[in-house]
Design a protein around this ligand. Structure first.
Ligand SMILES: [Zn+2]
Ligand SMILES: [Zn+2]
Length: 366
């Protein structure tokens, strides 16, 4: 099969011919239909997040079941499916509590070592060199995914576009539902309206936000997220974003500020635009050990809740997300602005790095 291999940190993606992986017990082989183009892959490719190389990136996929490993039930060959970037082991203590977002095995085996849960990758070059898997290694014609993370796609949803449910939508859903605890009538600021941020906008609308202020540095992105429910756009390059949000909210700030960029400045900004008693939720991953200054007395005296949010509770949230998408309450196509052919996936990441992608880009496979 063809796979987009990152040969070394800092080098461009290269399409290579490698053996089709074989699913082991409890795993599913998925023929990939599309893979989302996400900033986390870019962080790895640029060495900003530590990960072994050579590796296969891509962690937001839709596709069709091609083969079931031993013991897998409830799925059938040829069925359309989506998978999230968190592959819950289903056995660790956080998984037992339903906190798939904190799966210890996923972090220890996949995020640190690039393997599945028996400590081995499923991807190898023809000469036997192991290729680390970032999540399932979705930038390839086939991917092996633990069955805990394979969800049948409801009929009526476009297979390729549904890929974005696996990271961009799921991350937005987890942040809005669990960490922001968004309530109808809340005023929300979304700082950074890329792939994840634009989906935060539509999920915030779904949860009943009365007003959604989008903050970004590009007018075309601000215009586009209005189609997903943003009521106001603040261009941070046209002047202090915090001051602009304060002006829009009568000096009070927002009930919930969600930061989806992962930059120290925007984390501080999101905190500073949160009203007294409000919630600041950070979902953007930042390079290395980046730190953001937070005014301690403001945090304490104003009783602001500052929290991080990573993905979502896959096994309980993904069925909800799929049901909402099936009823048209979550849009899967509207956030997608570009569709790249697999051969051109390196171009997709270059465009993402230049800040050109409005919403989400996906790579589609024939
Ligand atoms: Zn992602
Ligand atoms: Zn686990």
């Amino acid at each position: 099969m063809k796979a987009a291999v990152l040969p070394a940190i800092g080098s461009p993606l290269a399409i290579e011919e490698i053996p089709v992986p074989v699913p082991r017990a409890g795993e599913v082989l998925v023929q990939v239909a599309a893979c989302g183009v996400c900033h986390s892959d870019l962080h790895v490719a640029k060495g900003e997040i530590k990960f072994p190389a050579p590796c296969v990136l891509g962690h937001e996929i839709s596709g069709v079941v091609a083969e079931l490993g031993p013991g897998v039930t409830g799925l059938r060959n040829g069925e359309a499916v989506v998978s999230s970037f968190i592959l819950p082991c289903g056995r660790c203590s956080p998984c037992a509590r339903g906190r798939d977002d904190l799966c210890e095995t996923f972090f220890a085996m996949n995020r640190l070592k690039g393997t599945l849960y028996d400590g081995e990758t499923r991807l190898y070059r023809r000469d036997g060199t192991p290729l680390a898997m970032y999540s399932m290694g979705g930038l390839a014609e086939f991917a092996v995914v633990p069955a805990t993370d394979v969800f049948p796609l409801p009929p009526g949803l476009p297979l390729a576009d549904a890929a974005i449910l696996g990271c961009a939508v799921m991350t937005a859903y987890g942040a809005v539902k669990h960490q922001a605890e968004l309530r109808p009538g809340d005023t929300v600021a979304v700082v950074g309206t890329g792939g994840v941020g634009s989906n935060v906008v539509q999920i915030a609308r779904l949860f009943g936000a009365a007003r959604i202020i989008a903050v970004d540095v590009r007018d075309e992105k601000l215009e586009e997220v209005k189609k997903l429910g943003a009521s106001d756009g603040v261009n941070a390059s046209a002047g202090d974003a915090v001051r602009q949000v304060m002006e829009l909210t009568g000096g009070r700030g927002v009930d919930v500020a969600i930061e989806a960029l992962g930059r120290p400045q925007t984390v501080t900004d999101a905190f500073m635009m949160t009203r007294d008693g409000g919630r600041t939720v950070v979902i953007g991953l930042a390079p290395g050990q980046s730190a953001a200054p937070i005014e301690v007395t403001r945090l304490v005296r104003r009783s602001i809740r500052l929290t991080g949010s990573y993905g979502a509770r896959v096994r309980s949230d993904m069925p909800e997300i799929l049901s909402l998408a099936a009823r048209g309450l979550i849009a899967v196509s509207q956030p997608i602005s570009r569709r790249y052919r697999f051969e051109d996936c390196a171009d997709a990441y270059r465009a993402l790095d230049r800040g050109e992608i409005v919403g989400r880009a996906i790579v589609t496979l024939p």
